[in-house]
Write a protein that binds this ligand. Sequence first.
Ligand SMILES: [Zn+2]
Length: 382
Amino acid sequence: MRFEISKVLDAIEGRVCTDPSLARAVVDLAEVIRWQNLDGGRPASLLRLGMVIDALSRQIGEDSVPVYAIVHRALLSDADLTSNERMVVRRWADDGLVEVLDQPGDRMLEVADLLGLPVLTRARLDGLVGRYPWLGQAGRVLAPVPGAGGPVFIAHVGGGQDPATGSRSPAGVKLLSRQWRCPEPGCALFGGGGGGGAFADLAAVDRAPAEQPPPTLRTGAPTCPRHGARLSDAGPRPRTEVLAVRIGGLVRKRFALTETEPVPVGRAPEGPGAVTLGQWLNDEARRWISRSHIRLELRVGEVVVTDTSTNGSGVRPGGSMAENERIALAPQQSRVLAEGDLIELYPGVQVGRAAKMSSDATYTPNSVMAEAPTMAMRLPRQ
Ligand SMILES: [Zn+2]
């Protein structure tokens, strides 16, 4: 059972990130783990984060939906968590997957403000509407509460269930147009540090600049939320285009394409940032789709697809499913993708800009809790 819980925590690990282009909602981990009535279990449990992520996934109708978690430093030594859970949170902190703060304050709201994301919290935030006017908009703040098949959301304003996304605040747009460097050596959020010239910095950076979280603003200056240190400007941030994979009508995964690194997509491609589809394909699709089927690149703002397959692929202009409009892409052929174009690797297996793509059927997304022992999944009777 211990082993199974580890597998669930691994699955949850794939759904926490501080990447501003991929995170879909903001949570305060110290709050989430204590929502005891979600499962009637221990006073604190990290599995509740998985339950909330699943609920978000169901509500958005997409698989692999990551959340941006703010973590109070005290959580790393919280005796109500198991030692395994504490170890997992520490690993997330070391890898920069979550933000660990001594004084979280209203960082959760700042991140939501800068990125335009919804907040999942039970806290009443009415008093802060003056500072963050979007708190008064429907669907921007949702309380996860127990429901029949797992947690469900109730919007603080409007009473609906759907998370609403806003646009990045002007400060967010400005902060996210640059990359930042923390003077603290080994900073997991704004890696590099220590000085020593450009090359020394490059060696220490283990985080792609495009994935850097938004700095916090202290008296107007970009500051590392973890170390409280002033950040230095390390140049323009690489452009990012968020793409999505849709299989059988369900958006399975979003991924970021930057100018620094091409992204291979296929049955089982290799390389950093590669998008693996194998686990979602049936036997026929698996036989048709090459290990590395297409390569995507972002060149001066244009998404370029190159077929690297044995069998070729196709482009659906504007997402049209009319057969006579499909443009065949032969092996080794390249094409610039227009705004709404979809690349089709195999019928029903598509890649395109995330903003232009939604799940078009009622599918049940895969649960991060699939491996969870039934005990942890026990839900309160309704
Ligand atoms: Zn730092």
